[in-house]
Write a protein that binds this ligand. Structure first.
Ligand SMILES: Cc1ncc(COP(=O)(O)O)c(C=O)c1O
Length: 392
């Protein structure tokens, strides 16, 4: 039986229409299928492969850690050098108040941990999230997802949650001294790249501070240079109380984190002791890979190339079928008139060797989130194919 048949038979499916490509190798900005057909990757594993696929430094770090140890003990008990070094490096590149890292296995688990932490710190239960935000599929994260269609089938979910309009000053009135935390994407990803105004996000920060509410920023997609700065919040001159990371954090390996001030994070040590634990969170191989990936991203200065590449995409993607282009760094939503049009274009792009997809809450928009290492020639080629598809 072929791999494809086995995939449909034995690997649990998440939709009736998976992309279904059989990828056998990935390198840099390219993926290769079993016929050795090469694809330009404009998805980047959904903002995971910011440094491209299989960067030599990442592979070397993984191999080195393989020679030392894999899992040795549940999270938080042993001094594991890859965790320690990565936590130190991350916090060296964050504002002083974000100095303690709790590693998890995934983005959703970082969301779960942060919500628990906010409840413990404030002694409050109210949680505010925003319409059209995606924060993960576990039940806590699902409770704050900003779309009733995805929430409804799984009720009852967490109580005491309100969903407000993102980027609306009116929404801020709802934040009060009952609110434990507000959780927001710094830039909304699955809504189709929605950038808030600086005034609004600063007002959100102020309202949280004045009501003793913790501001949790989800940078699981926007982190690690995607927006043209290392962290998305740097564009807005604010600092969250808790920062959520995932995706590119692991350099291609599964890793998430919630990061806060140590004094706050320490509430997780007691009442109850071991009240938030994980077996594999901060796995040494994942931390070694993530650390090497972040170092290479910064040392090779890929973030400095983001703005010029964004401009190149924008200037190459002009066509009457395109209704709107929203971008923030190497992160773009190309909007068409409907999901049906978008899906036809995506399928034609894939046949033409360019990989892209759509956004959960903006299905009429095509996703561009390539590795930041993408070369100008690859951008020209990908845009030529995309525009060519629109002419049919
Ligand atoms: C903004 C955002 N938050 C949280 C998550 C959940 O991360 P994970 O899929 O690793 O659980 C995602 C995943 O797409 C995301 O895009």
């Amino acid at each position: 039986m072929h791999q494809r048949e086995l995939f449909f038979r034995h690997v649990a499916q998440t939709s009736g229409a998976p992309i279904g490509l059989e990828i056998v190798k990935a390198e840099g900005c390219m993926l290769y299928d079993k016929e050795n057909k090469a694809y330009i990757d404009l998805i980047g594993g959904v903002s995971v492969a910011n440094l491209g696929h299989r960067h030599p430094k990442v592979i070397e770090a993984i191999q080195e850690q393989l020679q030392a140890y894999l899992h040795v003990m549940v999270y938080g008990e042993f001094v594991e050098t890859p965790q320690v070094q990565y936590a130190k490096y991350l916090t060296d590149h964050l504002p002083a108040s974000l100095n303690s890292v709790y590693f998890t296995n995934s983005g959703a688990e970082a969301v779960e941990g942060a919500m628990k932490l906010a409840k413990r710190i404030t002694g409050r239960t109210g949680i505010i999230a925003f319409n059209n935000s995606y924060h993960g599929s576990t039940q806590g994260a699902l409770s704050i997802i900003g779309d009733e269609y995805w929430r409804n089938a799984f009720r009852p979910l967490l109580p005491d949650i309100s969903h407000l309009e993102y980027n609306s000053f009116d929404s801020l009135k709802e934040i009060n001294d009952q609110t434990a935390c507000v959780i927001a994407e710094t830039v909304q990803a699955e809504a189709g790249i929605i950038v808030p105004s600086k005034e609004w996000i600063q007002a959100l920060r102020e309202k949280c501070t004045s009501t003793g509410t913790l501001l949790i920023l989800d940078e699981i997609q926007s982190g690690f240079g995607r927006t043209g700065k290392l962290w998305g919040f740097e564009h807005f001159d604010i600092v969250p109380d808790i920062l959520l990371l995932g995706k590119a954090l692991g350099g291609g390996m599964p890793l998430g984190a919630f990061i806060a001030d140590k004094k706050r994070m320490d509430v997780l040590m007691e009442n109850p002791v071991l009240g938030h634990i994980t077996t594999f969170g901060g796995h040494p191989v994942c931390c070694a890979a993530g650390f090497a990936s972040m170092k290479a991203l910064l040392e090779e200065k890929w973030i400095d190339t983001v703005q010029q590449k964004e401009k190149l995409f924008r200037s190459s993607l002009i066509h009457p079928a395109i209704k709107a282009v929203r971008s923030f760094g190497l992160w773009m939503a190309i909007e068409f008139d409907s999901f049906e049009t978008n899906k036809k274009i995506i399928d034609a792009c894939i046949r033409g060797n360019v990989l892209t997809d759509w956004f959960l809450f903006s299905p009429q928009s095509l996703r561009i989130s390539p590795p930041l290492i993408i070369q100008d020639a690859q951008i020209h080629e990908a845009c030529k194919i995309l525009i060519g598809v629109l002419d049919f």
